[in-house]
Design a protein around this ligand. Structure first.
Ligand code: CFM
Length: 545
């Protein structure tokens, strides 16, 4: 019987790197060489990667802008805050419900997410200034909806003409009296990527909302879930599991979040950081100001979910919680294992490439590993060196003109509300048992030696990588989707999940196994040949050739 043999592609990482750089002019090649790394991460010898630097103009990056990181990523999933974009309509329209962050309006029913709020700036506003129009828009929103808060987002032209959005916000807050109004200087060009926008958003959330509500919250084992954005319903699945364990989520930053969750976040006893890139500094500020320790968790992957639950239980140290968590894991795992064992013979040994944002390219390697799949190349679009190499590099990060542009808040212990959740002795006892606070080792130590780690991958390199290494699946975003599929390789969007999800937690793992099995074992894309592949009529050359 003829069995289909898996294709074997032989390649040396050094040759791949050379191939990727070959087409570039010398200066571009030199710059990109520092962002393409052959992984040799061993204890203490993680090689240094260049990250969080400007993209080469015209190279067709996968990145987004600072406004996208602020308005879309951090504030996008907040449901009872009206997010008003000050700018031309396109900046709003293209950010309107495209991220698939899901919402449950809850018993209060307050949900502004389906709306698209914009000042719709015109040429005349650019010439004469848009402040009056902005104030009028805030008033109109207030009269129509009477929301708890209105936030304002600056787009590129607003920064260029110098509208003072913060003064408008302050005046309107005073005038309205019972509505919190504040603004974000998150012009698209403000930083090198959306990562700058995360920081601008989080600083303002921390300054204008966190700590406003001092009411005691009901429930036991109170945590904040930081950096979970409920894409495709991930947050709902995590909530389900946490609830089943008896853990109370005081706030989620910011999947399906409400104003009150931000305002009450300082009432939690532990911060759990899911996406390190977008929010680790908030976890630090919560600790400095209120005394809440933080740990890194990961709910992508069934094993990782179990591990994270155990870590939370260990922190609280209560036997009742520890037992409950074990019972939940024991109850959830059989269904996960059944599907995993079913797909494993078909997925084992297949290869994946992951180029996503600032955390998923790492987290999703756990899910692929559970299916016996190897990640041969991965990278982030906009992560910083600590997300690649681990937090120990933070003190050595170079400060450049771009990073200096993004404010670092100076935070001090709150004179009344700072209260350490654990004594020094308790923390030490946990640490002696191997418990790690404020710890993230980054993507590289988890990747195999010789795998390729690439920062800010672009269109050309993506296609070249696929051509040379022929992975069984390529994971990135919508901009990459169709060009990769045209190369005959299945492509899974790990930002929006295409139309799927959730992929977090236990039920999410089952969804993911089934989806990836279907994709890597379907041959449909390899049967497709574009007309120009069969009869090319035009071929392009680069100007420097
Ligand atoms: Fe964090 Fe995100 Fe991500 Fe991110 Fe994003 Fe996203 Fe992402 Mo798209 S906050 S870094 S800016 S996990 S929108 S939910 S999928 S690039 S890897």
């Amino acid at each position: 019987m003829a069995t289909a043999k898996k294709k074997l592609v032989q390649w040396e990482p050094t040759d791949i790197k050379k191939e990727l750089l070959k087409k570039y002019p010398a200066k571009v090649a030199r710059k990109r060489a520092k962002q393409i790394l052959i992984n040799e991460a061993q204890e203490n010898t993680t090689p240094e990667i260049t990250a969080n630097v400007r993209t080469i103009p015209g190279i067709i990056t996968m990145r987004g802008c600072t406004y996208a990181g602020c308005k879309g990523v951090i504030m996008g999933p907040t449901r009872d805050i009206v997010n008003l974009v000050h700018g031309p309509i396109g900046c709003s329209f293209y950010a309107w419900l495209t991220r698939r962050n899901q919402t449950d309006a809850g018993p209060d029913g307050e949900n502004y997410m389906p709306y698209c709020f914009s000042t719709d700036m015109q040429d005349s506003d650019i010439i004469f200034g848009g402040e009056k129009k902005l104030a009028a828009a805030i008033q109109e929103i207030y009269d129509l909806f009477h929301p708890k808060a209105i936030t304002i987002f600056a787009t590129c032209p607003v920064g260029l003409i110098g509208d003072d959005i913060h003064t408008v916000a302050r005046n309107m807050k005073e005038k309205l009296g019972d509505c919190n109004v504040f603004a974000f200087s998150c012009e698209g060009y403000k930083g090198v990527s959306q990562s700058a926008g995360h920081h601008i958003a989080n600083n303002q959330v921390f300054s204008h909302m966190v700590g406003e509500n001092n009411e005691e919250k009901a429930g036991e084992y109170k945590i904040n879930l930081l950096g979970e954005y409920n894409i495709g319903g991930d947050g709902f699945e995590i909530d389900r599991v946490l609830k089943k364990c008896g853990i109370t989520t005081i706030s989620t930053f910011s999947g399906n979040s409400t104003y009150d969750q931000f305002a009450s976040a300082h009432m939690a006893d532990l911060s759990c950081v899911m996406c390190h890139r977008s929010i680790n500094y908030v976890a630090d500020m919560m600790e400095t100001k209120f005394g809440i320790p933080w740990i890194k968790v990961n709910f992508i992957g069934a094993k990782s979910t179990a591990k994270s639950l155990r870590k939370i239980a260990e922190y609280f140290g209560d036997q009742q919680l520890i037992d409950r968590v074990e019972a939940v894991i024991a109850e959830e795992m059989p269904a996960v294992d059944a599907v995993r064992e079913e797909v494993l013979p078909r997925t084992q040994g297949k290869t994946a490439m992951l180029f996503v944002g600032g955390s998923r390219a790492h987290h999703y390697q756990d899910l692929f590993a559970e299916m016996g799949m190897k990640t041969v190349s991965a990278g982030y679009e906009f992560a910083h060196r600590d997300d690649y190499e681990g937090r120990h590099v933070i003190p050595h990060l170079k400060v450049d003109a771009d990073s200096r542009n993004i404010e670092e808040l100076e935070v001090e212990a709150d004179p009344e509300r700072y209260s350490p959740r654990k004594t020094e002795a308790e923390l030490k006892a946990l640490e002696e048992k191997g418990y790690k606070f404020k710890e993230y080792d980054g993507i590289m130590p988890d990747m195999e030696k010789g795998s390729l780690v690439i920062d800010d991958l672009n269109q050309y390199e993506a296609e070249k990588l696929v051509e040379l290494m022929k992975p069984d699946i390529f994971c990135a975003g919508i901009k990459e989707k169709f060009s990769i599929q045209k190369l005959g390789i299945p492509m899974k969007q790990l930002h929006s999940y295409d139309s799927g999800g959730p992929y977090a937690g236990f039920k999410g793992a089952v969804n993911f196994y089934k989806e990836i099995d279907r994709l890597v074992n379907s041959k449909v894309w390899s049967y497709m040949k574009a007309p120009w592949q069969e009869s090319p009529e035009l071929s392009a050359t680069y100007v420097w050739e």
